[in-house]
Design a protein around this ligand. Structure first.
Ligand code: F3S
Length: 753
């Protein structure tokens, strides 16, 4: 599992010259983000200035990380690309396929029985192609990356939207689709639109009940789920340096919830402490030699308004704990306002469950601060009113907190300790009674709270908050409880108060672990055999998608006009479907089943224009495919927000959808559609969305002239014979148009182009 110090030294060796050259070209001091990006140009030394939010640039990432759900398709694609070994250090992490139910050891055994075929596949492909493999139970990808691989000034990509977590160690870490990971694993450049920059100046200092989580909950409230789109967020100021490295990780982690490309912090003492505590003093020694390049130039943070496209300032000394939700992470409510908000909106006040953990908040500091609240409750004779569950971020965290008595503290409150894995955060939670779909409230320290995400129940109101607040709210069993001002009644009827949390940033006795759960790859993997059973319903080798025939698409039907929020969860639902992540045909049966049909406002019920009957979206689409009829999908704002799941792009491609036309896209999903050879289009005039009718037939008028920066025209023929010609914008550059023509980006790689 050894991190590659030689690779890190190579990055640092080129950094000073690249930064100096970039500074000269740009003609002004540089932000940290710019320093890292200009150090990682595919072309080598910078030779031109890139325009933010406009230019597509080729980069050379240092690392790739994949989680088990997305790795299946990424590795199936990588195998298809015909290479011997991955070109850059890569790891695979088994964390998504483990359901939380009874507790760690039973749940892990069940997962191993249920998914052994997939785990064995991932293990053998990793072994063969030089990939580090983290076994089920080893931990959550982003926690393991932070503990082992992230380094200041690095650039990495990962097939999970919360890859951004590694920004806590001063990296630029970006969530991508599997197709992008395959490019980099195959030794190709990775393309990104040069991002805009948002600066967040943190003044003051966290205190009392306020935690790093509250910073990002506040930022999400300000920027909303779309506010960071196309931008990298750079945090700085005294409030940033006074915060722990893992706290910075939490903030960067939830940058995904504002749609940001990624977030980062400048190199500081908190990072030195964390690197040393996780056995990487040599990274500290190497980083210290280039420390001036691992943060912005002095004038940037002194006069930030001159350097960032947008600037936000938050005074941590005045920041209140926040509780965001329900159903969206950007609906922020300060704890003092929760009572009135919940009553006004009819949110259930009774808290049923408190969950701590996930990749967002499972550090030693998080666990010890939450445990300090539990300890007080136990000492004061309070029986908690809600159930409580934790999922440690890694075996190293679990082992260390067990050694230090923190797990024992949680267990005094009857807490269930789930496997070191994603569990409830990704719908892998067999919650008793969830099938009754009762309206209820849960609080968690995760990052996402979209409808049905945790337990599949659309009436579960999930609220996101810090681990210490989760502990307090679960103990009180009351969403409106404000631990700063309110008291609780203990089992003896006495009034008691919870004091602010305390905890250790890092374990005073150091981290410890017996078996971290790592498998190193074979030095020579040429004899390792990877087997995929053709009869498997979990794994399926890929067939190339057919190239474009060079003609306009005509006679297409409208499959669905999606209304409102349509995230990748709506397009390719998680939960039980995770087991088909490696089998494209089987998982396609979940395509768009969560999207709301704009014509009847129901989910998974669309008109089959061939029969006039209504049916499930995948079934209707399969009928069109069987009849050889192309289709298009229409969507609303920020279509495809949420995750990097390329299945959300591959499924429609596999089932014969040709184009997705929306008001706006989430970045990763738009790129994924392009990679799979789909047309990802936006309305030139958003109001045209209203012109689209259920029985429309669609003809592309000028696809044969598809070119960068040129609008496309689509004719919508309505049932009454009238027509609307709608202009669509796109963001394809010349090479992305080649992907479309070839049928997919992978088809081009396999052809050696
Ligand atoms: Fe896993 Fe949830 Fe993080 S699914 S990777 S714990 S966002």
């Amino acid at each position: 599992m050894a991190f590659d110090i030689e690779m890190i030294k190579k990055v640092y060796a080129k950094m000073p010259a690249h930064v100096e050259k970039a500074r000269e070209l740009v003609g002004r001091p540089l932000t940290l983000t710019e320093k890292i990006l200009y150090t990682h140009l595919w072309e080598g030394s910078p030779s031109q200035v890139f325009e933010r939010g406009k230019d597509y640039v080729d980069f050379a990432p240092d690392r790739v990380a994949c989680q088990d759900a997305t790795a299946q398709m990424a590795l199936l694609q990588f195998m298809h690309a015909g290479k011997d070994k991955v070109a850059v250090p890569t790891t695979v992490h088994c964390d998504h396929l483990i359901q939380a139910k009874v507790g760690a050891s039973t749940d892990l055994q069940v997962a191993q029985n249920q998914s052994s075929e997939v785990f064995n596949f991932l293990s053998s492909v990793s072994n063969k192609y030089g990939i580090g493999f983290w076994k089920p139970g080893a931990g959550i990808i982003h926690q393991i990356v932070l503990e082992n691989y992230a380094f200041p000034g690095g650039l990495m990509i990962g097939t999970d939207s919360h890859t951004v977590n590694a920004g806590g160690l001063g990296m630029l870490a970006i969530g991508v689709g599997g197709a992008d990971a395959v490019d980099v694993m195959s030794g190709m450049a990775w393309e990104l639109k040069f991002p805009k920059l948002i600066g967040v100046k943190l003044t003051g200092k966290l205190n009392g009940w306020t935690a790093p989580k509250d910073v990002i909950l506040k930022v999400a409230d300000i920027l909303t789920v779309k506010g960071g789109t196309g931008a990298i967020v750079e945090y700085f100021g005294e409030g940033a340096t006074s915060m722990s490295c893992t706290g910075k990780g939490t903030i960067c982690n939830m940058g995904a919830e504002i749609g940001a490309t990624t977030s980062t912090f400048g190199y500081d003492d908190s990072m030195r402490r964390y690197l040393a505590a996780t056995g990487r003093q040599d990274v500290v020694d190497a980083a210290d030699k280039v420390a001036e390049h691992l943060t912005a130039d002095a004038d940037v943070y002194a006069n930030p308004e001159k350097y960032f496209d947008q600037l936000i300032e938050i005074n941590l000394s005045e920041l209140e704990p926040h509780i965001n939700g329900p159903f969206t992470p950007d609906r922020g409510t300060p704890v003092s306002k929760m009572k009135q908000e919940a009553q006004a909106n009819g949110w259930p006040l009774k808290v049923e469950w408190g969950l701590i953990g996930s990749c967002t908040n499972s550090s030693y500091e998080d666990m010890s601060r939450a445990a300090s609240i539990v300890e007080q409750a136990v000492a004061q004779g309070i029986t908690p009113k809600a159930e409580f569950g934790i999922n440690p971020g890694s075996e190293q965290i679990r082992y260390t907190i067990e050694r230090d008595g923190i797990i024992e503290t949680f267990e005094k409150m009857g807490t269930k300790v789930f496997t070191n894995a994603c569990g409830p955060c990704i719908g892998q939670w067999d919650r008793e009674g969830a099938d009754k779909q009762e309206k209820n409230t849960i609080v968690h320290s995760f990052n996402r709270n979209f409808s049905k995400r945790a337990d599949g129940n659309p009436n579960t109101h999930a609220f996101v908050t810090s681990p210490e607040m989760v502990a307090a709210l679960a103990i009180a069993g009351d969403l409106s409880f404000n631990p700063i001002t309110d008291t609780l009644i203990n089992d003896e009827g006495q009034e008691v108060k919870l004091l602010p949390p305390t905890g250790d940033e890092l374990p005073t006795k150091g981290f410890d672990v017996e078996d971290p759960g790592y498998q190193a790859p074979a030095a020579d993997g040429s004899n390792v055999v990877v087997e995929v059973n053709p009869a498997s319903n979990r794994l399926q080798l890929l067939e190339p998608f057919t190239p474009w025939d060079g003609k306009n698409i005509t006679g297409a039907k409208l499959l669905i006009k999606a209304f409102g929020k349509c995230t990748t969860d709506h397009i390719s639902m998680a939960g039980p479907w995770l087991r088909f992540r490696g089998h494209l045909d089987n998982i396609s049966d979940n395509m768009l089943i969560g999207a709301e049909n704009a014509f009847n406002h129901e989910t998974n019920k669309v008109k089959n224009q061939l029969t006039g009957e209504y049916g499930a979206v995948p079934a209707v689409q399969r009928a069109y495919k069987a009849a050889g009829i192309p289709t298009i999908v229409v969507g609303d704002q920020n279509y495809g927000e949420g995750s990097s799941r390329e299945h959300a792009a591959m499924e429609p491609r596999h089932l014969g959808v040709k184009a997705v036309l929306v008001k706006s896209f989430a970045r990763i999903h738009e790129t994924n559609l392009k990679k799979q050879g789909m047309l990802a289009l936006t309305f030139a005039n958003e109001a045209d969305y209203d012109k689209i009718q259920e029985d429309d037939i669609i003809n592309f008028l000028d696809l044969t002239e598809f070119a960068p920066g040129k609008q496309l025209s689509l004719e919508f023929v309505h049932a009454d014979g009238s027509k609307d010609v709608i202009k669509a914008n796109h963001t394809y550059n010349a090479s992305q148009i080649e992907w479309f023509k070839a049928g997919s980006a992978l088809n081009l790689i396999a052809a050696g182009k």
